[in-house]
Design a binder for this molecule. Structure first.
Ligand code: ZN
Length: 436
């Protein structure tokens, strides 16, 4: 099933033509309306009139996450603020988050792209969709919500409240589709077992999961625990939110909505294009967005493109599931976090050394973060009482909570206990989640 057959199965030739027209329109728009892009093109000596094919796109410089942070909050918007009808932002926890704006037209496009995502997973107006994503500045909840209403499904905006309540809703409201992070889905599955509820006593048939990296193994686990067909989808706030790429019934790679986004895969070191099928960094150029257009945006996500056609009939290129990051950004339960941000907070706490280790794991389906920190030589003397030790741990927790909105497990380690390899820099992140 396709929501928009005309575009989803457009011939590659027509698609290129369409992309070119839309790209030229977008380049003109950003050159006129966004000082950053005018400056960037002028500095690089690029005349946008000379960008005559999608190949020419390579003449343009990249836009980076740093560029977007520096434009906080509204400097990258390409329309007057009165034309913006919605604001979302990344979970940028310290420093500056990335703020994105949508015009009425942008929301309409986003909605229809989400309708594609859902239709490709076999969702129809007969379905009851339980959306267990946060409804806030995060794009996940609202993106799916609008798309599901568009195809006429019954939307249950459950948000990510506690798991018992989710299960109660699921049972009583006869939910047929669960939308959440894969971690939360597995969490629900674990609780079903504990509550002695057989998944077949529910009406669930499909799960649509995303917003954090997950593996084929995790897909199998979730399908077993919930008795659903699990579908992957891809999107990031900066590009539009969910709705950038989606799985069809084949579930072998994610179709990129190329009539709205030009996708490239580059070698993250050289910036040169990767060969078809070769892994590299995903780069997107938006070609229909009005409020927050992006030119050659480096996502930091590692994937590859499958040039072969798909038996579902869609001509849109497929990307592989995201297998990692080019930087050390961690994605925990949908929240983006850099180790350096944690380090910054730890350094504010007196009595600990700048040596730490982050351990990511999964417990009963929920992703956990443990921070092991070394206390300074002077501290043990002060900490002879367990009570004081607990207090000290809580101080660290409070700092992390208020600065980063994370609540990790904090473990104190004696001085010089954490390994120091190569020039005093230790391996700071241990990821025990299975992402392969
Ligand atoms: Zn397909």
């Amino acid at each position: 099933m396709m929501y928009n057959r005309e575009y989803e199965s457009i011939s590659r030739e027509d698609l290129q033509q369409l992309q070119m027209e839309r790209l030229q329109f977008t380049l003109n728009r950003v050159y006129r309306n966004v000082a950053f892009y005018k400056n960037m093109f002028d500095t690089a000596g690029v005349n946008i009139e000379n960008i005559k094919s999608t190949d020419d796109l390579k003449k343009l410089p990249f836009t980076t996450k740093e560029d977007l942070r520096n434009s906080y909050p509204y400097d990258m918007f390409a329309v007057p603020l009165r034309d913006i009808v919605r604001i979302h932002s990344t979970s940028g926890t310290t420093g500056k988050p990335i703020v994105v704006g949508y015009t009425q037209t942008d929301i309409g496009i986003w909605t229809s792209l989400m309708a594609r995502v859902l239709t490709a997973a076999g969702i129809t107006k007969d379905d009851f969709l339980q959306i267990a994503f946060n409804y806030n500045l995060f794009t996940g909840g609202f993106g799916f919500h609008y798309g599901a209403e568009k195809i006429g499904a019954s939307v249950i905006p459950a948000s990510n409240s506690d798991v018992h309540r989710q299960i109660l809703i699921m049972k009583d409201f006869k939910t047929s589709v669960l939308v959440s992070t894969p971690g939360f889905a597995l969490h629900i599955g674990t609780f079903l077992q504990e509550m002695d509820l057989h998944p077949d006593s529910l009406n669930l048939k499909t799960g649509i999961f995303g917003s954090e990296p997950w593996s084929q193994n995790l897909r199998t686990e979730i399908e077993k625990a919930l008795h659903v067909d699990a579908y992957d989808n891809y999107g990031i706030t900066e590009v539009i939110g969910p709705g950038v790429a989606f799985e069809c019934s084949e579930r072998k790679g994610l179709h990129v909505n190329e009539d709205h986004f030009i996708v490239e895969v580059i070698d993250p070191e050289s910036g040169e294009p990767a060969a078809p099928g070769e892994q590299g960094e995903l780069v997107f150029t938006t070609i229909t967005k009005q409020g927050f257009p992006l030119i050659r945006y480096r996502t930091g996500d590692i994937s590859s493109l499958f040039p072969e056609s798909c038996s579902c009939g869609r001509t849109l290129v497929r990307m592989d599931r995201v297998s990692g990051r080019t930087d050390d950004m961690l994605i925990i339960e949908g929240t983006n976090l850099f180790p350096s941000q944690i380090e910054e907070v730890l350094l504010e706490v007196e009595g600990i050394e700048p040596h730490y280790e982050l351990i990511l794991d999964r417990e009963a389906g929920v992703e956990t973060l443990e921070i092991r920190v070394e206390v300074s030589e002077q501290l043990p003397a002060m900490m002879d009482e367990i009570k004081n030790l607990q207090k000290f741990k809580n101080t660290i927790k409070t700092h992390l909570k208020s600065a980063l909105e994370i609540e990790p497990i904090v473990t104190l380690v004696e001085p010089k206990m954490l390994s120091r390899s190569g020039g005093g820099k230790m391996k700071r992140v241990v990821d025990k989640r299975d992402l392969s």
